[in-house]
Write a protein that binds this ligand. Structure first.
Ligand code: ADP
Ligand code: 5GP
Length: 202
């Protein structure tokens, strides 16, 4: 069985930090590496954080149906590679998607079952502070992302879970709890249950 986890939230809310932690902490979660037309930030690796591709390549990939969903965000294109989704399903792996709200909506409209999680900062002012302190965008891009954030938070009601990322430890603990709870659902426990139930047969 494979569960799809979709994480959205304004840029600078702390999604990447939380995702890095969960991938390090819990076993057997596959991160869906998206394609994007934005350039790599310092420390980002092609094929690990994203597939960094040209606009022309992105357009070709759209036309060939390579993306499960895609959207424009803050002047760049981002898309989920269909093969990530199909491979995770075929191998029975849990898959984690870090995508913005329009992309999450496309999945919901396709009837794709997932655990939809929204990460929010404790306030707009704190979001602004985090985006600036991250230092990965220039002033124009920061403003663009902050404007986008106003739109992003207006779609929070499409999500099943909300994590307020104020204190990082607290936020991480909640995210971890969601993963553990989803993995404890009875259908997911069947393989573990089988020998236990057998041991009760006299
Ligand atoms: P996102 O992936 O949502 O755009 P990041 O994970 O890159 O956001 O986080 C944005 C910035 O905020 C980073 O510099 C990160 O270290 C910082 N940050 C994340 N969570 C917290 C937190 N709980 N408190 C303070 N700073 C945080
Ligand atoms: P960033 O440039 O900060 O890495 O990402 C900007 C936004 O794009 C984030 O909200 C992130 O969740 C979103 N994003 C990343 N990959 C995808 C994707 O494949 N599809 C969609 N729709 N959004 C994505």
């Amino acid at each position: 069985m494979s569960t799809l986890f979709v994480i959205s939230g304004p840029s600078g809310a702390g999604k990447s930090v939380l995702i890095r932690r969960i991938l390090d902490d819990l076993p057997a979660i596959r991160f869906s590496v998206s394609s994007t037309t934005r350039g790599p930030r310092p420390g980002e690796t092609d094929g690990v954080n994203y597939h960094f591709i040209s606009r022309e390549q992105f357009q070709t990939d759209v036309e060939s149906g390579r993306f499960l969903e895609y959207a424009q965000f803050s002047g760049n294109m981002y898309g989920t590679n269909r093969h990530e989704f199909e491979e995770a399903q075929n191998l029975g792996q849990d898959l984690l998607l870090d995508i913005e709200v329009q992309g999450a909506r496309q999945l919901q409209e396709k009837g794709i079952e997932a655990v939809y999680i929204f990460v929010t900062p404790p306030s707009f002012a704190e979001l602004e502070r985090r985006l600036r302190s991250r230092g990965t965008e220039d002033e124009v891009a920061i403003h663009r992302r902050l404007r986008q954030a106003v739109e992003d938070v207006s779609h929070v009601d499409r999500y099943q879970f909300v994590i307020v990322n104020d204190n990082l430890e607290e936020a991480y603990s909640r995210l971890r709890s969601i993963f553990i709870a989803e993995r404890s659902r009875r259908p997911r426990m069947e393989a573990a249950l089988e020998p236990i139930l057998a041991s009760f047969q006299k």
